[in-house]
Design a binder for this molecule. Structure first.
Ligand code: HEC
Ligand code: HEC
Length: 353
């Protein structure tokens, strides 16, 4: 409708302008014919002009003065523009990003504050990890059980997923979990702009990574950056404690199963059915992520090093991995969250399943 109106207006303008040109051309032709007798007058270049005193006096000064002023404008203005423009562009971009973060924070906010309550499930505005109420329906008996489902910390989300992968999760949600689709394409309420602002907000709450440049906070742009050593030490301490008190029999098993930041650091969240609502089945038997037991996973990674590589970098949509497999981008990369010793221990545990 709007497009139609715009097109009509454009055609109208075009017609008016075309008409104007035709009238102008017509008048011009007539006028040039009228000039027949004009050679009677003295031609412009033969008419009397200013006297020399005026021409070479104040008038010359004025013209030269104007020239100097224009020169100054060019000499000072151009370099100044050249110097200031990049800063202006960067400033404009920063300002836009700040606005995006601010808009995103409003969407992230609790329902009571007019937001979509990401914070309510994911552990507040800092996205520390929380839990979500959910009703499970038993597929066989149709019995409904209310559970609290772990909602992983989001302040490390770009440690394990690229921006495109996080966008996919936001748009399509996690089927069969409390995480509903938010983008229009997935059947949710948010347009692309709103998803963009949410991504900007989530970038702003990431725990600062060690060894990455500004803005390089996702696993794909800075795979070498790490979680601050203090946090990694905390994970280490908790895992060792769980082994010491007999909860798990190995360091790798502890890391695979531990509930840290609502599962943000663990594997069981996706690879063990029931883990997310506190009723885990056999570890590694598969849920959202593949079943890792029974040998097929080991067959896909004949070399331990390849599995370490895969767990460190995660999968990428369309990229091949292991033997005869193709990733979907849904397996996170843990290289930036866990140390190489931790990943090695986990992989050894996975290979023992
Ligand atoms: C009703 C509770 C709930 C709400 C509201 C909610 N989420 Fe989630 N979200 C979850 C749960 C639970 C998971 C984990 C699902 C699973 O176990 O795979 C999750 C997963 C995610 C993930 C993937 C994390 C990962 O590491 O796998 C992202 C990103 C995410 N949510 C972002 C958001 C954003 C942004 C919003 C707000 C628009 C939001 N969520 C709203 C409950 C919620
Ligand atoms: C957010 C959910 C999620 C988490 C957390 C997760 N995975 Fe995965 N994982 C997947 C998915 C999904 C796949 C299937 C590959 C794909 O879709 O790209 C997968 C595949 C794998 C595979 C390849 C399996 C095969 O047979 O091809 C291995 C090995 C693996 N994960 C290990 C781990 C380990 C170890 C951890 C913890 C350090 C972990 N995963 C955490 C979702 C997850």
């Amino acid at each position: 409708m709007i497009a139609l109106t715009t097109t009509s207006i454009a055609w109208l303008l075009f017609a008016v302008i075309l008409g104007g040109w035709v009238v102008y051309a017509f008048l011009n032709l007539r006028q040039s014919r009228d000039e027949l007798g004009s050679e009677q007058e003295v031609a412009a270049n033969r008419q009397k002009f200013y006297e020399d005193e005026i021409l070479e006096g104040p008038r010359l000064t004025r013209v030269l003065g104007t020239g100097v002023i224009l020169l100054v404008v060019i000499v000072i203005g151009l370099p100044l523009y050249w110097i200031l423009e990049p800063a202006r562009l960067a400033g404009a971009q920063d300002a836009k990003e700040e606005i995006f973060v601010e808009w995103g924070s409003r969407l992230f906010a609790p329902t009571a504050d007019g937001g979509f309550n990401c914070s309510g499930c994911h552990g507040g505005m800092s996205g520390n990890g929380g839990s979500a109420p959910y009703n499970l329906t038993d597929p066989a008996t149709q019995q409904v059980t209310s559970v609290a489902w772990n909602a992983p910390a989001l302040n490390t989300i770009f440690y394990r997923f690229s921006e495109e992968e996080v966008r996919f999760i936001l748009v399509y949600g996690r089927p069969f979990s409390p995480m509903s689709p938010w983008g229009v394409a997935g059947g949710g309420p948010m347009n692309d702009q709103q998803i963009d602002t949410l991504l900007a907000y989530m970038h702003s709450i990431q725990i600062d990574r060690e060894g990455c440049g500004l803005g390089e906070d996702d696993i794909k742009t800075c795979p070498s950056g790490n979680l601050p050593a203090a946090t990694q030490n905390d994970i280490d301490t908790l895992a060792n404690k769980a082994v010491a008190d007999g909860t798990y029999s190995s360091y790798g098993e502890a890391l695979f199963n531990l509930d840290l930041a609502s599962g943000a650091y663990s594997c069981a969240r996706c690879h063990t059915l029931g883990w997310s609502w506190g009723d885990p089945g056999e570890p590694g038997q598969g849920s959202f992520g593949w079943n890792l037991t029974g040998g097929s996973t080991n067959a896909r990674f004949p070399n331990e090093a390849d599995m370490i590589d895969f767990v460190s970098n995660g999968s990428t949509l369309g990229a091949k991995y292991g033997v005869a497999s193709q990733g979907s981008g849904r397996m996170p990369g843990f290289g930036a969250m866990l140390t190489s010793e931790q990943i090695q221990a986990i992989v050894e545990y996975v290979r023992s399943l």
